[in-house]
Design a protein around this ligand. Structure first.
Ligand code: HEM
Length: 256
């Protein structure tokens, strides 16, 4: 280990008496990985709610993600690779976020009491983000691992069988609420932290941004819950044929 590192670890300053730039770099990386994941979720929940338009729409989107436009019949390997990339970013983001968790009961109590005394909305938002982030460690990993290892089991019937017959719906319900709250608070905090959209009147714009984000939360919760109910209904009707794949009407050559 270099002497510089030993000195920095003891004094908190580098040998030329500067504070290390590493915490700022880690903060930037945390924001960047969070932004990528939030953008992914914004599109993912929309695509995935295609089931609301019918089984054929969800099937068509699944085939698109399987790369049907450049490989005849598509291949689930594309979904597996995408899940692997997202999982890697997810793990990096969780690793960076661990620095922000209270590390002892004493620290947690100090924070909670302070937050309650201040009753400041943005401070309370931080608590929502930490709790939902903790849930995502587990729930996000279950889902991403499934998508990575069983990409062939995605489709109107395969997904509904998983959600209803394999009893994954409670997991999805918790994942849905946690990820929407986490992404919403995360995006709001990013906007405040980096001063995006502050414009001439930062305070008024911040209030406006908060309103837009609250509406987005309601929208995403609504489409997420209705999609989940739709998958459950399809899974319930399909339980006696568990495992059978969806076929496009008049087309039997590819099944999902
Ligand atoms: C490339 C990676 C991913 C793929 C391929 C994928 C795919 C899917 C699919 C096919 C479904 C439908 C249910 C099923 O078949 O089991 C689904 C549902 C869902 N996914 Fe993902 N997902 C990915 C990443 C994520 C991530 C990172 C999150 C959040 C951390 C997430 C959150 C959800 C939620 C909340 C639902 C349920 C939505 C609802 O209630 O309608 N997904 N995903």
């Amino acid at each position: 280990m270099s002497q510089n590192n030993i000195i920095e670890s003891l004094t908190g300053k580098t040998t030329n008496k500067h504070k290390s730039r590493i915490p700022a770099k880690l903060d930037f990386l945390q924001s960047a990985t969070g932004l990528i994941l939030a953008l992914f979720i914004v599109f993912h929940l929309i695509f995935e709610s295609s089931i609301l338009l019918g089984k054929e729409s969800m099937y068509a989107l699944t085939m698109m993600f399987e790369g049907e436009f450049f490989i005849e019949g598509g291949s689930p390997i594309f979904i597996s690779v995408l899940a692997m990339v997202i999982f890697t970013i997810f793990i990096a983001h969780a690793f960076l976020a661990m620095r922000k968790f209270p590390s002892s009961y004493k620290e947690y109590m100090r924070y909670r009491t302070h937050a309650k005394l201040m009753n400041h909305e943005d401070t309370n938002l931080w608590f929502i983000q930490i709790s939902s982030g903790f849930m995502l460690f587990f729930l996000g990993s279950i889902h991403l691992y499934t998508m990575m290892t069983q990409p062939q089991n995605i489709g109107p019937f395969a997904s509904s069988d998983r959600i209803y017959s394999d009893l994954m719906w409670p997991m999805y319900l918790m994942l849905l609420v946690s990820v929407i709250l986490h992404a919403a608070v995360g995006i709001y905090r990013l906007i405040v932290k980096w001063g995006w959209f502050d414009g001439k009147d930062a305070k008024a714009n911040r209030i406006r941004n908060k309103k837009i984000i609250k509406l987005a939360v309601i929208f995403y919760l609504a489409i997420g819950i209705f999609s989940l109910l739709t998958y459950m209904k399809i899974g319930y009707d399909h339980q006696d044929n568990y495992g059978e794949r969806y076929h496009l009407p008049n087309k039997v050559e590819h099944a999902n």
